[in-house]
Design a binder for this molecule. Structure first.
Ligand SMILES: [Zn+2]
Length: 353
């Protein structure tokens, strides 16, 4: 059961539950003068942001599909006719980089793509192969599974499909077929500018700080920080839930998140979930991470096995603090399971440092 729940989380993270043909993919939320959050509507899964400067626009993150990036470009064009000149990728995950190419297509070869240097390495070694894997294996297999369920009239649990389930599956099938077509032409536009710790753009009306504080959700996460507006765009270092741990360095994430938290901001545009006002959610995630990592350290110190540790570690007191799980309580258990496993791997030297 745990395994199946995790499978759903992984499928979610692959952008495969999206409803088809949505003309408008984002809610655009103005968070300061010239600064906008692009909150992915249900199915679009990941957020972005854009900053309108005197002469140009900077975009943060590009979602799973170039067609969704094109939807965001249409939203940007409703607000300004200035060209997008910079695209920042907060990290290498496919749901933040697969739309990159839409910007060079729309605005020409002058677009600069900015990321931390290890994020660029991971785009080459992981994100690009993942596109091929989704195209040749994951998405066709998923389409076949959905078609079989519809043909047999039975869900994954073997029970007859309800009308609602049938509708959901049909929508998912149409969405997956559209995504499969789109995957054929996805070629992730790679960063043209990389940096180690920080990169600052001095614009007429503001400075834009792109900052790396250490490993966290991946080994190369950056935040975009606007000191004048007191806004931070966090990528998946902070979300409305427990961010995906698959590629994380949980024990190091605590220090990284603490540094992000201690910047001077009132508004956070995060990788998933709504715009956050104030630091409450950052504090909740920090408290969770500290308890979780301490519990794993304790279990290792006591000589427990990973399986026993997973059974005995109880983080449920934190669940209510995460809006992502209000309608999906199993999501918290699945995410915590993943968090404990990954922390175990990090602390026992199973992943390269
Ligand atoms: Zn991510």
């Amino acid at each position: 059961m745990r395994r199946r729940t995790l499978g759903v989380v992984i499928l979610l993270s692959m952008g495969l539950f999206a409803p088809p043909g949505k003309a408008q993919s984002f809610d655009i939320v103005k968070v300061a003068d010239g600064v906008y959050a692009a909150i992915g509507k249900p199915g679009v899964l990941s957020n972005g942001a854009f900053i309108v400067n005197k002469d140009d626009v900077l975009v943060v993150d590009t979602h799973f599909r170039p067609s969704w990036a094109n939807d965001l470009i249409a939203e940007i064009r409703k607000i300004t006719n200035k060209p997008v000149r910079y695209v920042v990728n907060t990290h290498w995950h496919n749901d933040h980089v697969q739309g990159n190419q839409a910007y060079v297509s729309a605005f020409g070869p002058g677009v600069e793509y900015i990321a931390q240097h290890t994020a660029r390495e991971d785009m080459v070694s992981k994100a690009i192969p993942s596109v091929q894997n989704q195209l040749n294996k994951d998405v066709p297999e998923r389409i076949a599974r959905t078609e079989k369920m519809l043909a047999d009239g039975k869900g994954a649990d073997g029970n007859p499909l309800t009308d609602t389930a049938r509708t959901t599956l049909s929508e998912r099938l149409a969405s997956d077929k559209a995504y499969l077509e789109e995957l054929k032409s996805i070629q992730i536009a790679l960063p043209t500018i990389t940096f180690e710790r920080s990169l600052v753009l001095y614009k007429a009306e503001r400075t834009i700080h792109i900052l790396f504080f250490g490993k966290g959700h991946t080994r190369g996460d950056v935040v975009v920080y606007l000191p004048k507006e007191q806004v931070v765009v966090t990528g998946d270092l902070l979300t409305n839930g427990i961010p995906l741990m698959r590629d994380a360095y949980p024990s190091q994430w605590i220090g990284t998140l603490d540094s992000v938290r201690n910047l001077d901001w009132n508004t956070a545009v995060t990788g998933h979930g709504g715009v956050q006002t104030g630091k409450e959610q950052a504090d909740r995630l920090l408290a969770y991470m500290k308890d979780m990592v301490a519990a794993v350290k304790d279990a290792i110190g006591k000589g427990m096995t990973l399986e026993d540790a997973k059974k005995s570690i109880d983080l449920s007191k934190h669940q209510a603090g995460f809006p992502a799980y209000t309608t999906n309580p199993q999501g918290f258990a699945a995410a915590s399971n993943g968090a404990v496993e990954r922390t175990w791997a990090e602390l026992t030297g199973k992943i390269p440092n």
